[in-house]
Design a protein around this ligand. Sequence first.
Ligand code: NAP
Length: 461
Amino acid sequence: MNKNSSNTMALTPNTSNKRETVCIFGTGDFGRALGHKLIQSGYPVVFGSRSTQVSSLIPKDAEVLSHAEAAQKAAIIIMAIQRQHYNFLTPLAEILRGKILVDISNNLKINQYPESNAEYLAQLVPGAKVVKAFNTVSAWALQSGTLDASRQVFVCGDNMEAKQMVMDIVRALGLTPLDQGTLLAAQEIENYPLQLFPMWKFPILLSFGLIVFFFFYCLIRDVIYPYVYQNTDFSFFIAISIPNRICPILALILLALVYLPGVLAAIMQLYRGTKYHRFPDWLDKWMLCRKQLGLVALAFASLHVLYTLVIPIRSFVRWRISSQIVSQALNNKTEPLNNTNAWLSDSYLALGILGFFLFVLLGITSLPSVSNNVNWREFRFVQSKLGYLTLILCTAHTLVYGGNRFLSPSSYRWYLPNAYMLSLIVPCIVLVVKFVLIFPCLDKPLTRIRQGWERNPQYSE
Ligand code: NAP
């Protein structure tokens, strides 16, 4: 078992009544918040500061001394000071020899310095055991006790014993330490709080691009074309009709894009005859953001449902229905019920309702609190089998919406097909390829490859 894993550590903190004194350098926001929390957890705290005057903001049970005096009172020193001020430590190098220095600092930019702050600290004070921790917890969260959002504390360091002692403190504060290995991991840990939803970037940018494309596409077909040829002003379509076209289109395309990388990966594995050859980076990244793609797709599907609910109260729709009734009354002629149309319309709605229901189910099972409660097979069943069923239902919902006017030339405007037809391209490709992959002549070798069998060992790395 990996010695670095936090699983190998004791699960409970050191429960002996007497806790070791912890020294904190710096009486700023973080130092004070951490000091409060440590005192609450039973640790004697001593601050090392440039000014030994006790202010009312400093926890009253804590001592405030000079850096040198404070360092002598504790084996663990937490550096609640910005990196650019670390050089004041150089004259203290002898006092700090053998001490555990905990670097909690963050930077303003990703990879701001060539080396991590923790490695820089280790270079400045070579005799100390440097551990990186606490940088993902905010002073506000520590002070207010609102630790629900970020209980995880990434910890790394070259000295196992020092790391273990810091992890004990982390646990005593009610936080969860995650051992990230040696100090080499510090740069990554420091970059972590600076990332802004890294997995969401691709789905959001892609959605934005698709929204812009389909908005102008629908504007040309549904607003500009009638204006040019029939002199009719349908510009109000921009408010509800066009968004209600774009939302289901995006939901369907994005849902298909959740399953497309899996299909591409299967084709690659079949072609290479091994699973031990790395996928290209773009495919790896695409696979990693499938959950986010699915959740964005679900958001668009939900918006489609809301937009659809308001259709009966729209003035344009009420006007169209009443003018049809009036025209039938004037002509003294009622149109007979078209059974085919009734079937198509009801099937279209039924497929949409079922598709949306499964879509929501998929979204719910992707939540960590739910997925943690199902085993791996159950999770795979929901995300793969139910996922494909959702894709089939939503694709069928769109196909039936097209109904018998699907390929009729009259539905083209300026040679442009209806926008929903474009949305069917990716899902249909995914479903057809997936269907082909189910055939035993492909499924059997693929299953064997995924179990470790290799047809062309020269491909494996
Ligand atoms: P801060 O409020 O600006 O406090 C920094 C402290 O550093 C000062 O109060 C001062 O303490 C000391 N200091 C300033 N200049 C110094 C110098 N030239 N030489 C020696 N000491 C000096 O900053 P902070 O928000 O507490 O953040 C401290 C560290 O924690 C930073 O590295 C930050 O990246 C990290 N951090 C902060 C948070 C947060 O939420 N604030 C979260 C995670 C990590 P004395 O006056 O007592 O000497």
